[in-house]
Structures are given as C-alpha cells and as structure tokens.
Design a protein. Structure first.
Length: 477
C-alpha cells in the first residue's frame, strides 16, 4: 500500500470511527429519552375499574378512591376490590383515561389480593412474571419491563394498588420503535456520507503531504542515477517533511564534502608518492646500469634507496592512519597516565635525535584514549619540534591537566600558515626543503578530535612555535 493510500485509509477510518461513535451515542441518548418519556407517562396514569352492564352503560372513578359498595353501572374503585361481586349481566373492566389527542392510552390489568384479575375491555392479558410477584409481595416498589402483547411491543409498569392489589399498566412502544428505526437509517446515512467525505479529504491531504516526499524521492533517484551530490531540496515550512528535506540537504552536503576530501586526499597522496617512487626507480636503474660502480658510491646509492623506502613506509602508514575513522576498531579507549606516556615519547625522541635537548615538566594526570594513537600524536608533535629546533636550543615539553604543550625555539609560524598547520599535506614554504610529508600534524588533529580533545598551534612569546594537544580528563581521576 502506498503512502498516499495509507493516509486516505487512516483519515477515512478516523472520521468513520468518530462519526460511528457519535451516532451510537446519539442513538443511545435518544432511545433513553424516548423510553424515559414512556416510563414517566406510565407512572402518571390513574387507572380505574368500572362495572359495565350488558347494555354497555358504565360509570367510573379513579383507583384509590374509597367506596363502600357498588351498584350496577357505578364505577368500582377503592380499597374493597376483593369484596365486589359481579352479577351475571355485569363485568368489571380496568380502564385508562384516553389521551388528550385521542391516542392510545394503553391497557391496564388489576390483580386482586385473592388472585382475581380485572382486565381492560380489549381482553389483552398481561403475564405475571417473577418481577410482578416481587412487587405484589412488597419486595420492590415497582418493576418496568418490555413485553409483547398480541404481537405489539409494549412497555409494562407493575406497581402496588390498594388492598394488596397489583396494577400492571402497559403502553405500546410502536411510535418509539418507528422513531428509533428512522433515526437508525438517518445515522447510517450520515456515517456513510462522513466516510465518503473523509476519503475525499484524505486524498487532498495525502497529495499535499506527499508532495515534498515526492520531490525528495525524485532528488534521491536523480542523485543515485547521476552520482551528483549538488542537488538540493527547498524546505517548505517547519513540519516533518520540511525538517526531512533540511536533513537530506545536510546529508548531501556532508557526502559532497567527504567525497571532495577523499578526492583531494587521493590527489595529494598521489603527488607525495610520486616523488619517492621516482627517486627509488632512478636509483635502482642506476644500480642496474653501473655494474662496475665503486663500492663506496654503490653504498651511497643503496643508503639513499633505503632512506627513500623508509620515507615511503612512513608516508603509507600516515595515509592509513588518516583513512581510518575516528576510533580504530580493536583499540577501545582506556584510562592513560598522560604524563608517563609523554615521558616515554620524550625518551624515544632523545634516542632518534640525540643532538636535540628536551626539557620535560609533567604533572600526573589521567585521560581516556587509545595508547597507541595518543603516543603517535605526541611523537608527531616532538618530531615537528625537532625538525624546527636550531642546534643548542631545547624543546620544552610540559604536561598539565590533560594538556601536552610542545615548544620549539625555531623561526615560528607565519601568520598566513597558522590556519593551515593541521591540514593534510600542507607544508609551509619554509618547510618544503625539510623531510616529511605534511601528514604528522594532521594525524595529531585527528587523534584529538577522536577523543573529544583539541589541538592549537600558535607563535610562542620570544620566538618559536608552541603546539598544545589537549584531551579530556578521565572520569576515574
């Protein structure tokens, strides 16, 4: 199912559920009110019992009034129902007053204390249920129920009458059922219409919602097909599609920058690799042609080849380090005594550069990182200082609060070069005649950023350069 269809289905389903719930509530409330009106009218009825002669003449009064004895043609209503005999030509009838507009008043049935039953003229008999018997025995004041009397759905009220009699008053629910039936059809039609309206609304909403997603899909397909990362989507608003478009643009920008950096790295690496490879090839060819070369000259050529191979090995190692992500797999961060690590790095630097003096001041501090990577970064800082230090001038190294500061007393860093000191393959004009590939300080920056630290290059007061490599202190310290 497509995204648009899901929106249409969800919108239609939500509206249909809301309309159906409203329809059910409306039906229940109206049904309760209509049946409540019927129940109230049943409680307000004042039935009467009349003695009807054969000729149909009758008189009557309301049940509950006291009379002592009936006479032919008189109404019999009072506290002496069980004492009223009826002659052969007379019959007792229970009646309800007719409504003001001549509508159906319903039927009534009186059950006397002696078990005799007085019915309405219609002859309809109302059943004696357990609830009616509970009313007759006084266990409950009244009972309301639905019943079918001669095929007519009726509402029946059972209540206590005078002298232990029980009254049952029934009123047809035909009008109520007809009204509720029409109401059901109306609510059903409204529900169907609401679903149709919701479907149309869902189609409109889905088109508006899917439009930015469609543009995003088209741009993605175009980028996939062409490989061009310069395409962008104009965000519309601050909603989810707008934020998605902005995030997609940011992702494309990051990918574009990463690809440009990779291309630049490949181009720079190719340029740096070409020089030692060319030199090594030339020396090897020289050795092949000059078979009668003097031993001393041959040794010099071999030493040159060996040195160029070492430089090439260092360059390849630097490239491998720079090509790796922030933290190398298999080397998880650990707690390191930075002062001890720097002390070991200074000892190695003294062995490699015995002509250079090192002055170390180190305070104990604990940082988090990879021992090999941090040691490589500190070693690169020391190698850079050794390269620029004039003879007889010391390299000053200090460790304090997770920061390593290395200062040399060389010519310093030109203002134009300061922003590019840690760029890959960047070499200042004064350094182009010195050994190195321009990757050492770039590796220092990568290590610092990998563990949440920083690196800064600045001119030192009194001359020379000062480089500060800082890592966050370990939480265990």
């Amino acid at each position: 199912m497509t995204f648009r269809r899901r929106i249409v289905v969800l919108a239609a389903g939500a509206v249909a559920a809301a309309i159906a719930l409203a329809a059910i509530v409306t039906y229940v409330v109206v049904r309760h009110e209509l049946r409540g009106g019927v129940d109230a009218s049943l409680r307000q009825q004042r039935p009467r019992v009349v003695l009807v002669n054969r000729n149909g003449k009758q008189t009557g009064g309301a049940v509950g009034q006291s009379v002592t004895a009936p006479a032919p043609g008189q109404s019999v209503s009072g506290a002496q129902f069980g004492q009223l005999p009826a002659g052969a030509d007379e019959v007792f009838e229970a009646q309800l007053p007719s409504t003001s507009l001549g509508g159906s008043a319903g039927v009534v049935q009186v059950t006397l204390s002696n078990g005799d039953t007085i019915k309405s003229a219609s002859g309809a008999s109302l059943p004696i249920t357990a609830a009616v018997r509970d009313v007759a025995s006084g266990k409950r004041p009244e009972a309301l129920r639905d019943a079918t009397v001669r095929g007519v759905h009726t509402r029946v009220l059972a209540t206590r009458g005078p002298d232990g009699s029980t009254l049952q008053i029934a009123k047809p629910l035909t009008d109520v059922d007809d009204t509720l039936g029409r109401l059901r059809w109306i609510l059903f039609a409204v529900t169907i219409g609401g679903v149709g309206l919701a479907s149309g609304f869902g189609v409109a909403v889905s088109r508006a919602a899917a439009r930015p997603l469609g543009r995003l899909t088209a741009t993605t397909e175009q980028v996939t097909a062409t490989g061009e990362l310069h395409h962008r989507i104009e965000p519309e608003g601050d909603d989810e599609p707008g934020r998605l478009a902005a995030s997609f643009n940011a992702m494309l920008s990051a990918l574009d920058a990463s690809r440009d950096a990779q291309r630049q790295l490949v181009a720079d690496a190719s340029h740096e690799l070409r020089t030692p490879l060319t030199s090594i090839r030339a020396n090897v060819e020289l050795l092949e042609r000059a078979r009668d070369m003097e031993p001393g000259e041959r040794a010099q050529v071999l030493a040159s080849v060996r040195g160029q191979l070492e430089d090439l090995t260092i360059l390849v190692g630097d490239l491998v380090d720079l090509a790796r992500p922030g933290d190398r797999a298999g080397e998880p961060p650990e707690d390191l005594r930075l002062d001890e690590l720097v002390h070991d790095a200074v000892q190695r630097a003294r062995r490699h550069a015995p002509a250079t003096q090192f002055a170390l001041i180190a305070d104990a501090c604990l940082v988090s990182g990879s021992r090999a990577r941090v040691a490589r970064a500190v070693g690169n800082l020391l190698d850079n200082a050794v390269k620029w230090s004039p003879p007889g001038q010391p390299v000053e190294v200090s460790v304090n609060a997770g920061e390593v500061t290395v200062r040399d007393h060389g010519p310093g860093i030109a203002e134009d070069d300061l922003p590019h000191v840690f760029d890959r393959f960047y070499r200042a004009r004064a350094a182009r005649g010195l050994p190195g590939s321009g990757l050492g300080l770039a590796i220092v920056k990568q290590v610092a950023e990998a563990y949440g630290g920083s690196v800064v290059a600045e001119s030192a007061p009194g001359g020379g350069a000062r480089l500060r490599f800082a890592l966050p202190l370990s939480q265990s310290s």
